[in-house]
Design a protein around this ligand. Structure first.
Ligand code: FAD
Length: 319
């Protein structure tokens, strides 16, 4: 007989753990289990990102992203204060190095003001140098509310609170199949089945695979990218005082390579965006191309890759 819970959450990254914590807060006493395939929580994106507390300057005013980001900063900082998690609001500077980028700064500034960010201001080239003596640009924006944190520490605290609230965290337990059983779902895992009234998919970059286990009809697929970082050598840490960002290129869904002060010390430069082409992913892309090649998201992705000259396949459907 499978063990039974009210709620099974697939994925022990920050999204799965935050979801679990929120459910336990709203419905104390509910039985809940987080199922994580790795041997610890936050082993993927959550534990390997830039560690930036974004303030919400990039997002379209009125959009869900803008609202979640601006509300999320305050919620995160309250949580950190309550649980003594270190963070630093060091601010950031976005630097434009060409007239084209300078024009885009105006839009970022407009968005920042519309999203209610405090203290955002335009910078001249000289003012950039006052804040960041080793940076040069023709114009910039200072965003004082941006900060740094270690999201792995936050995720571990979420996990601790879930256990304290009566929930369970099962690591090294990969979900391999989902099958209906009356009004419940049997979640097959590498360590035996669990039956759940409600299953929540928080599997990050593998959430499309998990959706397919539930026979969901998806018109999307996740194409995984890996971000790689370099570290400034210790003698050069003083080159960067806060966070230094370029103006994002609107053709790409990335913020651009930036210099990031780490909360644990040191400065990183990155991330780049490398298509994560291991064997499994390559097989998956080919399979996905065969399955979804004519769908809109895949066409857009193919066109974008082609525009960057890195498209690893030829497609008759992308043009
Ligand atoms: C390069 C890079 C830099 C970033 N920088 C920032 C930043 O500075 N600030 C910021 O706020 N955000 C940043 N982000 C975004 C942020 O890291 C992600 O939005 C966030 O970590 C996503 O969390 P998640 O829980 O959805 O995914 P993940 O952390 O990837 O968690 C998903 C979990 O699901 C598990 N899982 C998958 N399949 C199964 C299965 N079948 N069974 C059991 N478990 C499974 C995985 O092992 C994983 O632990 C960055 C992202 C990247 C890629």
């Amino acid at each position: 007989m499978p063990s039974r819970v009210n709620v099974a959450i697939i994925g022990g990254g920050i999204v799965g753990l935050a979801t679990g914590l929120e459910i336990l807060g709203r419905f104390p006493g509910v039985s809940l289990a987080v199922l994580e395939k790795e041997s610890e929580v936050a082993a993927h994106q959550t534990g390997h990102n830039s560690g930036v507390i974004h303030s919400g300057i990039y997002y379209k005013p009125g959009s869900l992203k803008a609202r979640l980001c601006t509300e999320g900063v305050n919620a995160l900082l309250r949580f950190c204060e309550e649980h003594a998690i270190p963070y630093e609001i060091c601010g950031k500077v976005i630097v434009a190095t060409s007239h084209n980028e300078s024009a885009q700064l105006n839009e970022l500034y407009r968005r920042g003001i519309a999203n209610g960010l405090k203290g955002v201001r335009m910078l001249t080239g000289d003012e950039i140098r006052e804040l960041e003596p080793h940076a040069s640009g023709i114009r910039g924006i200072q965003v004082p509310g941006t900060g740094v944190i270690d999201y792995r520490t936050v995720a571990r605290k979420y996990a601790e609170l879930i256990v304290r609230g009566g929930g369970a965290i099962h690591v090294s337990r990969e979900v391999i199949a989902l099958r209906p059983s009356g009004s419940d779902t049997v979640v097959e895992t590498t360590r035996g089945p669990i039956e759940a009234r409600l299953v929540i998919n928080c599997a990050g970059l593998q959430s499309d695979r998990v959706s397919h286990m539930a026979n969901a009809k998806l018109d999307l697929t996740i194409v995984p990218f890996r971000g790689e970082y370099y570290e400034l050598v210790p003698g050069k840490h003083h080159y960067v005082r806060s966070l230094l960002y370029p103006v994002p290129d609107p053709r790409f869904p990335f913020l651009g390579v930036h210099f990031t002060k780490r909360i644990s010390g040191g400065v990183e430069a990155g991330p780049n965006a490398v298509l994560a082409l291991n064997v499994r992913v390559t097989q998956r892309i080919l399979l996905v191309q065969a399955t979804f090649g004519s769908t809109r998201p895949f066409q857009v992705f193919g066109l974008w890759l082609r525009s960057t000259g890195t498209c690893p396949w030829t497609s008759t459907t992308a043009h």
